[in-house]
Design a protein around this ligand. Structure first.
Ligand SMILES: *[C@@H]1O[C@H](CO)[C@@H](O)[C@H](O)[C@H]1NC(C)=O
Ligand SMILES: *[C@@H]1O[C@H](CO)[C@@H](O)[C@H](O)[C@H]1NC(C)=O
Length: 336
């Protein structure tokens, strides 16, 4: 395990700098060699468990020609103890002789930052920070980079992210909830993969960014906050995107807070032009349906609930959900 990280930096600063200062940590790949095309590499840092830190900004430091996308995961346990490993979401069965293969996190995975080629990066709103370290389930940060092309023998890469952080407690903590589905898409069919969860926790969340993720079949992904009023359901669009565009965090369409009793819902519209069924899964022949919602909470901690998954088609649709939805925006949810 690479022990470079917050502990060392912070020890160095404790004597000389007030804790109100925002500091920068250069989280860069340690001279990696992308030795084949379509490679995902991961590298971890351990956060000092003795202190709380708040991430308040990200600055990408990547070359468009080499990095296709970068994701920053918060984990309670990293995928391996190696300084670098191969961490493709789309696992190929080929044995990798250069790096071990594992997922980015072994436990407690959440995405805190995403950068994609040709897209500007999103800043966290004022007074908002991601709590990591002592009082957070985020004990490690793992940087994942998708390299499209094999590097020449003598070339190495240090793409990464400059992380801006502070020890000063932030009034507003950022959190992420991931909505997604299982299920399958029949051949030659446009299918809706849907999920919905009622917010049970006594908290008020303020949506500010969202990210969509599918593989090749996704044509539209939308997320809603649903208020179930006596006069009928009010479907408030949080965000909608073509998942074939760069898959980064985009600002939400509506920042209206979401409260206990409201429902979070997402739909992926998938167009399967193949003559065979495509199911949700981990290989590049499979699909995914994900909607990430990034929010902040005031003077509170983020939701305990980090996921909202359904079984997907043919088992689950909004129209059969226990919430007994009405006024489902069927057309709007699938058209961009
Ligand atoms: C990334 O940061 C390092 C160190 O600050 C710098 O030398 C390098 O040029 C940067 N790379 C890119 C692609 O910006
Ligand atoms: C599905 O894809 C086919 C082939 O690209 C296209 O002709 C059709 O219009 C698409 N349908 C929808 C609903 O996107």
């Amino acid at each position: 395990m690479n022990y470079l990280g917050f502990p060392i930096l912070v020890c160095a600063y404790l004597t000389s700098v007030s804790t109100h200062e925002v500091d920068t940590y250069d989280f860069l790949m340690p001279n990696v060699w992308p030795h084949r095309d379509e490679l995902y590499l991961c590298s971890p840092i351990r956060i000092s468990p003795r202190n709380n830190y708040y991430i308040v900004g990200f600055q990408p430091n990547a070359t468009m020609h080499t990095a296709h996308h970068m994701l920053l995961y918060g984990c309670s346990e990293p995928g391996t103890d190696d300084p670098v490993w191969s961490c493709g979401e789309m696992q190929s069965n080929e044995v990798d002789d250069q790096y071990n293969t594992a997922s980015p996190c072994r436990e407690g995975s959440q995405i805190v930052y995403a950068w994609a080629r040709d897209a500007p990066s999103l800043e966290l709103p004022k007074d908002v920070g991601f709590l990591i370290g002592k009082d957070s389930s985020i004990k490690y940060l793992v940087l994942q980079i998708h390299y499209m092309h094999k590097f020449p023998e003598n070339k190495r890469d240090n793409s990464g992210v400059f992380i801006k952080y502070t020890k000063e407690p932030m009034r507003r903590q950022a959190g992420v909830i991931l909505l997604g589905t299982g299920g399958a898409i029949p051949p030659n069919k446009v299918e809706h993969m849907e999920t919905a969860c009622t917010m049970r926790e006594d908290k008020v969340i303020h949506p500010f960014a969202f990210r969509t993720h599918t593989h090749a079949l996704g044509t539209a992904v939308s997320g809603y906050a649903v208020r179930q009023e006596p006069s009928g359901d009010v479907w408030q669009l949080i965000g909608k995107k073509n998942p074939q565009l760069p898959q980064m965090f985009y600002p939400v369409a509506d920042t209206t807070p979401v409260r206990q009793g409201d429902v979070l819902a997402a739909r992926c519209t998938m167009n399967n032009t193949n003559s065979f069924t495509v199911k949700i899964g981990a290989t590049n022949k499979d699909e995914m349906c994900n909607f990430y919602l990034m929010y902040w909470v005031e003077n509170s901690s983020p939701l305990d609930q980090k996921y909202c998954f359904s079984a997907g088609p043919p088992y689950y649709y909004w129209s059969r959900a226990p919430q007994n939805f009405n006024r489902i925006p069927d057309l709007e949810a699938s058209t961009l």
